[in-house]
Design a protein around this ligand. Structure first.
Ligand SMILES: Cc1cc2nc3c(=O)[nH]c(=O)nc-3n(C[C@H](O)[C@H](O)[C@H](O)COP(=O)(O)OP(=O)(O)OC[C@H]3O[C@@H](n4cnc5c(N)ncnc54)[C@H](O)[C@@H]3O)c2cc1C
Length: 480
């Protein structure tokens, strides 16, 4: 662990208990209107229909659930394939020491000061420790999220994978196969609304260039997202492809575990050292990107992507302090070959022989790669169906992003063909062009959760407007 990362260890459980009591009181004070209101539904066979199923129990899924629960949408279920506490990247493949987001971030708290990461941290470790800390250690972030889930009583079913969502016209709801990964059994849940909170790769997948998958056997490469046995890489020469933060983190872990040498390759001439994410942290962009006309949405996001996601200062320093870490900018791989247990990289700047490749080229956006969307993907409108960028602003990955409505809901490719798509909410990084920092981003949560929740409550009310009207006509609670 780098000396610049401070992990507090001594926990004040009494102070945490006091904080929890204060949160319960806050929730009680704010509990208006308190009445449950969503009309309950059953299928023709008597199966209970959930109001909302949330696929993904990371920070996005948990905060969406809390947002809905505060609006008295309680007939919900969150699904996650991981064991409790291990949702998302933090304790799995995140190899950085700390979050990259500034520590004063808010978001999952939904405006309750006592529920902020800072309140949790100060209660548990003290205000001095908070002041001393530079960025939030990822282990503490994962612990905060677990505490949040338990304290708020969010209904999560772990070790369960959601399969292909299907619209059931007769029952007017979605069928979602849920596979219990322990028992290996599948049951079908019914839900009126679906939230995809499936993460940064939730609208596509982590990308490994075909040059690698076609030519190299699996034991010679991994993606930064994979489980990697770094012990096996001791004494080896490693190539890391890509210059994003995770590429640097993986290079560091390899060197710290005893790799002989790590070469990190990237195409740009210079490493980005201006962080567009820091520019983006203001109300206008975070709250109102989705209100811009398409032409401007496109330009802002394209510019942010063009500026690139740089390794933060600590991440850069952690890797570059090691003399066996070698950077190769302006480098393009032309071909690779596997020979005698080694990999030969043929690049524009020369030939490199390595033992193993770690791919840090991020995610590709492509809804057709998502098993959850198999039954509906052809009907979903993408940016390429709605917008033609100027030739000099073209970006193929952005064109594959879903063209979402202002509440993160899918829209139809052919209007009238699949109106139910508006009941599937894409709270993944795939919302980037339409919503900005919506799903899969801590920075945007403060505003994006509200947008999502408003969209769901609006639909739940409007769809049953007749029944609500009838209940008004029949309302006979006498005042005296
Ligand atoms: C290494 C790394 C570091 C990052 N650091 C930062 C940072 O510092 N600051 C920041 O703002 N952002 C950061 N991000 C981006 C973002 O905040 C994280 O990706 C964050 O985890 C997103 O939260 P989420 O809830 O949307 O998705 P996740 O945390 O990824 O949770 C999604 C969950 O859904 C599960 N899932 C997916 N499909 C299914 C299915 N079909 N059935 C059941 N479960 C399913 C996944 O296994 C996962 O547990 C980082 C991302 C990565 C990968």
């Amino acid at each position: 662990m780098s000396s610049s990362v401070h992990i507090a260890e001594t926990r004040n459980l009494q102070a945490l208990q006091a904080l929890e009591n204060a949160i319960k009181r806050d929730l009680d004070l704010l509990n208006y209107p308190a009445r449950d209101w969503v009309l309950s539904r059953e299928s023709s066979k008597g199966q209970k229909i959930l109001d909302v199923i949330i696929i993904g129990g990371g920070q996005g899924g948990l905060a969406s659930a809390f947002g809905l629960m505060r609006e008295k949408v309680k007939n919900i279920l969150v699904i996650d394939e991981n064991p409790e506490g291990r949702e998302g990247p933090w304790l799995n493949f995140a190899r950085m020491h700390t979050l990259r987001t500034p520590k004063h971030l808010t978001g999952p708290d939904l405006g309750l000061p006592n529920l902020t990461p800072r309140a949790w941290y100060e209660a548990l470790f003290g205000k001095d420790e908070w002041d001393k800390m530079g960025l939030i250690p990822k282990e503490h972030w994962a612990e905060y999220l677990r505490w949040y889930r338990q304290l708020l009583g969010i209904p999560v079913r772990n070790l369960t994978r959601a399969g292909a969502i299907e619209w059931n016209e007769t029952e007017k709801c979605f069928s979602i196969p849920l596979t219990d990964l322990v028992l290996n059994t599948t049951e079908v849940a019914l839900a009126r609304k679906v939230v995809l909170a499936t993460g940064i790769d939730g609208s596509g997948r982590w990308d490994v260039p075909a040059m690698i998958t076609d030519k190299i056997t699996r034991k010679h490469y991994a993606h930064t997202r994979d489980e990697i046995d770094f012990e096996q890489l001791k004494g080896k020469v490693i190539a890391v492809l890509g210059a994003g933060a995770s590429a640097f983190d993986n290079a560091s872990v390899a060197l710290e575990t005893g790799a002989k040498q790590v070469h990190l390759f990237y195409r740009r001439g210079d490493l980005p050292n201006i962080n567009a994410y820091r520019w983006a942290e203001f109300v206008g962009f975070l709250k109102h990107h989705s209100d811009l006309p398409d032409k401007m949405k496109w330009r802002f996001i394209r510019q942010i992507l063009k500026m690139g996601q740089l390794p933060p200062t600590d991440t850069f320093a952690r890797a570059t302090r090691n003399p066996n870490f070698l950077l190769h900018g302006n480098n393009k791989w032309n071909d690779i070959e596997q020979e005698n247990g080694h990999v030969k990289i043929l690049s524009n700047t020369g030939e490199f022989n390595v033992d193993y490749i770690i791919v840090g080229t991020g995610c590709v956006t492509d809804l057709s790669l998502r098993p959850e969307l198999e039954n509906v993907v052809d009907k979903i409108a993408l940016w390429k169906d709605r917008f033609t960028p100027p030739e000099n602003e073209r970006n193929d990955d952005m064109l594959r992003h879903p063209y979402l409505g202002s509440h993160c809901e899918f829209t139809e490719k052919n209007p009238g063909e699949a109106p139910y798509l508006a009941s599937i909410f894409n709270f993944t990084f795939g919302g980037l062009v339409s919503i900005g920092f919506g799903g899969a981003s801590i920075s945007g949560m403060k505003y994006s959760i509200q947008k999502l929740v408003n969209g769901i409550t609006k639909q739940l009310y409007l769809e049953d407007a007749e029944a609500f009207y009838q209940s008004l006509e029949e309302f006979d609670l006498r005042e005296f």
